[in-house]
Write a protein that binds this ligand. Structure first.
Ligand code: GDP
Ligand code: ZN
Length: 212
């Protein structure tokens, strides 16, 4: 589960990097957009439009407010009986979501990486959900860099690229500058969003040259 929020400012490139990491690890991600109580109606519809891209890609998106409780029930249903980990920037409300889902403090059953038992918010914790399943809270991160992968693996991690990947003229197409690139054609025709294609280029450029 990738947690982001109205505040701190949504970092869409960070969200994409988390999604890519999940795809590469074959984990099914979902998105929590928290603190919707802080949004004006205009901002709310802007964010709805933004996240509709991710809904089209079949990533579940949950709009949530811990403050008002709005959106908590659909999230609870989604988590029923499954194991999840929450990741996201520090301050987006991961701990608050967990407190809302698990009212009793005894729910905390294990400290995964702290042997010395000091209660800080900086370690990873495992919680059992009342209705079955479990939840792992990871410490907030300031930055998250995707481990370098080759360009084929990266292209596969953009799930909307997959139907086009075997249609490029060159089998080892990097989807950057080759003629007959099916990905570039799909972007031009509007089948792939140009913001996601831009992200592909940015992420690839962030890797050391030797990996692609
Ligand atoms: P974490 O670092 O991701 O675990 O974030 P916390 O759960 O500690 O929350 C960070 C801050 O955001 C706290 O001050 C919370 O009270 C606040 N917060 C969490 N959820 C909401 C929400 O839905 N609405 C608003 N307005 N504030 C929230
Ligand atoms: Zn191509």
């Amino acid at each position: 589960g990738i947690v982001c929020a109205a505040e701190p400012e949504l970092q869409i490139d960070l969200l994409d990097r988390y999604l890519l990491a999940c795809e590469i690890a074959r984990i099914k991600p979902f998105i929590i957009f928290n603190k919707i109580d802080l949004l004006s109606p205009e901002q709310h519809s802007q964010r709805t439009a933004l996240f509709s891209l991710y809904r089209q890609l079949h990533y579940p998106v949950f709009f949530l407010s811990n403050k008002t409780g709005e959106g908590l029930e659909p999230l609870r249903q989604h988590l029923n009986g499954v194991g999840v980990i929450f990741v996201g920037q520090s301050g987006v409300g991961k701990s608050s979501v967990i407190r809302a889902l698990i009212p009793t403090s005894e729910a905390r059953v294990a400290e995964l990486d702290s042997l010395h038992g000091r209660h800080t918010t900086s370690h990873t914790e495992l919680y059992h959900l009342p209705q079955g399943g479990y939840l792992i809270d990871s410490p907030g991160v300031r930055a998250f860099a995707l481990s370098p992968v080759d360009h084929t693996t990266l292209a596969q991690a953009f799930i909307e690229f997959r139907p086009y990947l075997d249609q490029c003229r060159f089998q080892d197409c990097s989807h950057l500058h080759e003629p007959g690139c099916a990905i570039k054609a799909a972007v031009e025709q509007g089948f792939i969003s140009s913001s996601r294609y831009d992200r592909f280029k940015t992420v690839l450029a962030s890797f050391p040259k030797s990996t692609y």
